[in-house]
Ligand binder design. Structure first.
Ligand SMILES: *Cc1c(COP(=O)(O)O)cnc(C)c1O
Length: 359
């Protein structure tokens, strides 16, 4: 068996040791003679697993007691509707920062449930930077401010985020657990699991408890945060397999030394790749330096006619899923927690050689 380096944006790489454990346990979990995906989510054994996963997630992020942690269905996208439904029944207005593809998706969904005001946008420069926090114009009537701290497709990020007087709501799908953040600065943090946590199907919501309890009347029950909190995220059957794998990824991350340690590794990985791209004649990343994502690194080839050769050669060399999103073109290397430093080094070596041979 050879595991290749997977640079996919999501669903994306999962640590090999986690997959091995899953494989080992799949037919017979804890010596019970059945699989973890064949048992009731309400059984004592599963409850223990679920609680432990939440505890580890809380530990890793330093989530205060005053916040609820919810595991949800429907990825990040379902929360794009759940957030205005749960948090915007009072003033029925919310401010959104338009930083790229995913911010736009959030805005498009939220418009159905609340009055959306655009607090800032970098669309005019084709999202070459993240609108700085000091420039946001927040409508005084906003129930919350929505941001997308890591734009997975555009490759821009906002990494030093300060608390606002209006609750900040952040889509952290593609950078959760990539480095320490101060959860206390946010009203709500959410995302899908399939980038940096585990298999698709699971989402997470971390929400200040005092914001709960005023969902709009017609909010579907499985999207009602108060009901989810009361039922420990088991209002109905949760995605049990994804939750189980997520628990293992949290353990793996703790074993790596937690967010401070992985954050340093992630910064090092990203710096190596950006430094290489910046000095090369073939590759270019057009994002302003202070806005560059450390998780998703898009780059263009100065000679577009080499794109398909780049993709087939890289894939032949064990470097997979480097094709950029169709809306941006070119390439994109997603280097989440599960991408080891050797993977980034192998990519750089390949890119060097490809440049030398083809330019
Ligand atoms: C992947 C992604 C989404 C969409 O996630 P789904 O789980 O497919 O709904 C939303 N926001 C960001 C920032 C993402 O990276």
């Amino acid at each position: 068996m050879t595991r290749k380096f997977n640079f996919g944006a999501g669903p994306s790489a999962i640590p090999t040791s986690v997959l091995e454990e899953v494989k080992e346990e799949l037919l017979d979990w804890k010596g019970k003679g059945l699989s973890v995906i064949e048992i009731s989510h309400r059984s004592d054994d599963y409850q223990e697993l679920a609680l432990k996963a939440e505890e580890d997630f809380r530990d890793l992020l330093g989530i205060p007691e005053s916040y609820a942690v919810l595991f949800t269905h429907g990825g990040a996208t379902l929360q794009n509707a759940a957030i205005p439904l749960n948090l915007s029944s009072k003033k029925r207005e919310a401010s959104y920062v338009n930083s790229g593809y995913w911010a736009k998706r959030s805005i498009k969904e939220a418009i159905k449930y609340t009055n959306v005001k655009i607090a800032a946008s970098s669309e005019e420069t084709n999202f070459s930077f993240f609108p700085p926090q000091s420039n946001w114009e927040i409508s005084g009537n906003s129930d919350y401010i929505h941001i997308t701290p890591n734009e997975t497709i555009g490759g821009i990020a906002l990494r030093d985020i300060k608390e606002e007087t209006t609750p900040l709501v952040a889509d952290y799908s593609s950078s959760i657990l990539s480095e320490p953040i101060n959860v206390g600065s946010f009203g709500l943090i959410y995302g899908g699991a399939q980038k940096n946590i585990g298999p698709a199907g699971l989402g997470f919501v971390i929400v200040r408890k005092e914001l709960l309890g005023s969902a709009q009347d017609f909010t579907p029950s499985v999207m009602n945060y108060s009901l989810l909190e009361e039922s420990s995220s088991m209002f109905n059957t949760p995605p049990t397999f994804s939750w189980y794998v997520a628990g293992k990824v949290f353990q793996w991350l703790k074993g790596k030394g937690g967010l401070k340690a992985i954050g340093q590794i992630n910064q090092k990985k990203a710096k190596k790749l950006y430094d290489f791209i910046d000095q090369s004649d073939l590759y270019a990343n057009k994002i302003e330096e202070s806005s560059r994502s450390i998780m998703n690194i898009p780059f263009l080839l100065e000679r577009e006619d080499l794109n398909s050769k780049f993709l087939s050669d890289s894939s032949r060399n064990g470097l997979l899923e480097l094709k950029g999103h169709r809306s941006v073109g070119g390439m994109r290397a997603s280097i989440y927690n599960a991408m080891p430093e050797e993977g980034v080094e192998a990519l750089i070596e390949f890119m060097k050689l490809f440049e030398r041979e083809n330019l």
